[in-house]
Write a protein that binds this ligand. Structure first.
Ligand SMILES: [Zn+2]
Length: 422
């Protein structure tokens, strides 16, 4: 049996043959415009939740009869439903509210972290309907078959327990390493010891479904941009701490992928080359070597004690209780983190920098030192408006990002994607 080939998020969707005469609007046919509008409307409801037809008309710049026709098609397909608004006291005919069919259309989302495997069934609208987690006790030398085995079993359970008649619209996975977008191969996952492992193909075979895989920090950045702290910011930098540090940079509303999709490795920005700490990548003085889990725990004098998120939180808690070594460790991490952030602000002029993953725990105790570096090292004009915030989606940012990756074909062409599934 051959495994279904995984699709990238930008894979070809639907037929390309054009029907009907070209129209003046950029050469798009009426059919292409309708398809684009269906996707845009579904995406609105998916990202913003229940919204009235009249609000949709305003936001999409379409008239109400067009909205009604589009909504009717999406309703017939089982993607949305319409209902009277809860508050109907106002005079006149109320505008129906369009709501995503979260229980009927879902995706499977997986998140492979260094210490934890997470799986979830996520309904249209971004609702986590059910989830499974497994703790990984041993970090290095993770076996591909073992990891895929756990995730595939979680996936089968989540599908078995879904409502009968509901549809799985896609599968997305976030992985803590460098991912080849075309087939979800893990090119390099240092903390699990993976080099060129066919993770996407194997997970697809285990589930019997196509799987899209992305770098965890890229997906976290997209999730924060669409649903979290970054809503409304089209230029932002997201820093994701796990054991190391990953990143995602959104420029003009789009993720900066780079030539092969391996861009935004912010953790390997060299900030301390002469006497910096050795990095897992073989270099020295990388940002993640100076601000990651090991740097923090070592600086607090707690090497050999707790590791992982528990170890990080123990340092943060100790600093809060007056442990001077722990507080000094946070300040030290804040200084290095600030150097990295200052470089990023000068380079990309973001409106927002978001600290996610374990950096969400670290940032409050190190914020003052991060800000000092930003003030000292960022060009005045570039720091006039930039804001620094912690992630709004917390540890689920990467999982939600994986779900959005899985939903992307449905958003690109709702009816075609469904026809393909049924
Ligand atoms: Zn490195």
């Amino acid at each position: 049996m051959t495994a279904p080939s995984p699709q990238g998020p930008h894979g070809s969707q639907g037929p390309h043959g054009s029907q009907g005469p070209p129209t003046p609007r950029g050469g798009r046919t009426q059919e292409e415009i309708r398809r684009g509008n269906l996707g845009a409307l579904l995406r609105h409801v998916h990202l913003n939740g229940p919204v009235s037809r009249s609000a949709l008309a305003g936001r999409m710049g379409l008239n109400r009869s067009t909205i009604m026709a589009l909504t009717a098609e999406l309703t017939a397909a089982g993607l949305v439903r319409e209902e009277l608004p809860a508050d109907t006291r106002r005079a006149g005919r109320p505008s129906l509210v369009v709501r995503p069919e979260s229980g009927r259309v879902y995706v499977l989302a997986f998140d492979v972290r260094v210490d934890r495997l997470v799986a979830a069934r996520v309904g249209l609208g971004g609702v986590i309907l059910d989830r499974r987690e497994a703790v990984r006790r041993r970090r290095a030398d993770a076996d591909l078959d073992d990891v895929v085995g756990v995730l595939a079993e979680f996936g089968r359970e989540l599908r078995r327990e879904a409502d009968p008649g509901s549809v799985c619209a896609g599968v997305g996975a976030a992985y803590c390493g460098m991912i080849r977008p075309a087939d979800g191969t893990v090119r390099y996952g240092p903390y699990m010891g993976w080099v060129d492992q066919a993770f996407g193909d194997e997970l697809a075979a285990g589930l019997g479904l196509p799987v899209s895989v992305g770098n965890e920090a890229h997906l976290g950045a997209l999730a924060e941009h669409e649903r979290g702290a970054g809503v409304g910011f089209d230029n932002l930098v997201y820093l994701h701490g796990d054991v190391g540090v990953g990143g995602g940079i959104i420029v003009g509303g789009r993720l900066l992928g780079g030539d092969g999709g391996y861009g935004c490795e912010l953790g390997h920005m060299v900030i301390n080359p002469y006497d910096g700490r050795p990095c897992m990548c073989g270099s020295r003085g990388c940002l993640e070597a100076e601000v990651g889990e090991h740097a923090l725990i070592d600086a607090a004098g707690r090497s050999g004690e707790l590791t992982g998120r528990e170890g990080v939180r123990a340092v943060v808690a100790a600093a809060g209780h007056g442990d001077e070594a722990a507080a000094e460790a946070l300040r030290r991490i804040g200084d290095w983190l600030g150097i990295g952030v200052a470089n990023l602000i000068n380079l990309f002029n973001p409106g927002l920098v978001i600290f996610g993953g374990m950096l969400r725990d670290v940032y409050p105790g190190s914020a003052e030192h991060v800000r000092r570096r930003v003030e000292a090292n960022v060009l005045l004009i570039s720091r006039e408006r930039v804001r620094l915030r912690v992630s709004a989606l917390g540890d689920d940012a990467t999982l939600i990002g994986a779900a959005e990756l899985a939903f992307s074909p449905l958003m690109a062409g709702p009816l075609e994607a469904l026809a393909h599934l049924r």
